[in-house]
Design a protein around this ligand. Structure first.
Ligand code: C5P
Length: 306
């Protein structure tokens, strides 16, 4: 069973204070984009989950039990009382690893849907979404796709309307950034500024009406003007070269550039498909990123191909 799953970009990422449980409250507007992983589940003779990976980032995919896709398969088996699963999972990987585009989350959502189809467990969507939330804050959105507001730690989703396709370019950096490390740096910068970093010190994050309206109208210029990411300063602080990538993309004609989620991938919004191609070429030529991929959003969530 093959399942196609999209990457995401955060068109708003407002980060609240550090909660006692170690997470941050968010107002997080996700847009799924047409850069995909494909997860294939097939029966195996061996006990447990056997993982393999292919594609440009395959080398860096962990192939042990810590992989979120393996954890997803084990969680589904456990929920249905199937014991230790015997399954082979292959991940065809086009989403950058540790890149701030929810690639690991996409693989987890893909593994859940693929194993559910392979095992005929017919899990209701609500239950799948609950399992996704247990696996990670971004996993429910990988299942849902489209555009959505994520609140809580990002897992409480409200679907949003989109009025058209947005043309993006994703500039992939050499190496990833650890999401917890970027959140920690965000807290450290807040402490350093003297504002404090915990829930009492940081205002409750609010969804941006400007972003919601721009998505609904399909207006790329309005969306470009409204993009915000509270983790951007932290990602740039940990990886100062990202400032050069952001400058190169806007100099090449992007409407706006932003760090994608916790980074280090940089996302550039452009006016149309032609400018996306031109911006991608200019970014690669600038030498400020390893590769640049045009992709449009919204894209559908995890889709069973059969
Ligand atoms: O939920 P997920 O496993 O993706 O989160 C990874 C880490 O990112 C968390 O352990 C936490 O350090 C950080 N995080 C956070 N606030 C969120 C989401 C993630 O601090 N809303």
């Amino acid at each position: 069973m093959r399942v196609r799953v999209p990457a995401k970009v955060n068109v708003q990422l407002a980060v609240g204070g550090l909660r006692p449980d170690g997470f941050h409250g968010l107002a997080n507007i996700f847009l799924a984009v047409g850069l995909h992983d494909t997860v294939t589940a097939s029966p195996s003779e061996t006990d447990g989950v056997t993982l393999s990976a292919s594609g440009p980032f395959a080398r860096r995919v962990p192939l042990d039990g810590t992989n979120l896709a393996a954890r997803a398969a084990r969680l589904l088996a456990e929920r249905h009382g199937l014991g230790e699963p015997r399954v082979r999972l292959h991940i065809a990987k086009d989403i950058p690893i540790a890149g701030g585009m929810a690639g690991g989350s996409a693989d987890a959502a893909g593994a859940l849907v693929a194993c559910d189809a392979l095992w005929g467990t017919g899990t209701p969507r609500e239950e799948l979404l609950e399992m996704c939330a247990e696996l990670g804050s971004d996993v429910p959105f990988s299942l849902l796709g489209g555009a959505a507001l994520g609140q809580g730690r990002g897992e409480l989703l409200t679907p949003l309307v989109t009025g058209g396709a947005f043309h993006w370019v994703f500039a992939v950096a050499d190496g990833g950034l650890s999401t917890p490390a970027v959140y920690r740096e965000c807290d450290r910068l807040r402490e350093e500024e003297g504002t404090g970093a915990d829930v009492a010190a940081v205002p409750e994050p609010e969804p941006s009406a400007a972003v919601v309206e721009a998505l609904a109208s399909g207006d790329a210029r309005a969306l470009a003007a409204a993009l915000t990411n509270d983790l951007q300063a932290a990602a740039v602080s940990l990886r100062p070269a990202l400032a050069d990538t952001l400058a190169a993309g806007t100099a090449a004609g992007a409407l706006a550039g932003i760090v994608s989620g916790s980074g280090p991938t940089c996302a550039f919004l452009t006016g149309d498909a032609e400018s996306a191609t031109a911006v991608a070429e200019a970014l690669v030529a600038s030498g400020t990123c390893r590769a640049a991929y045009p992709a449009t959003g919204p894209a559908p969530g995890a889709t069973l191909l059969g």
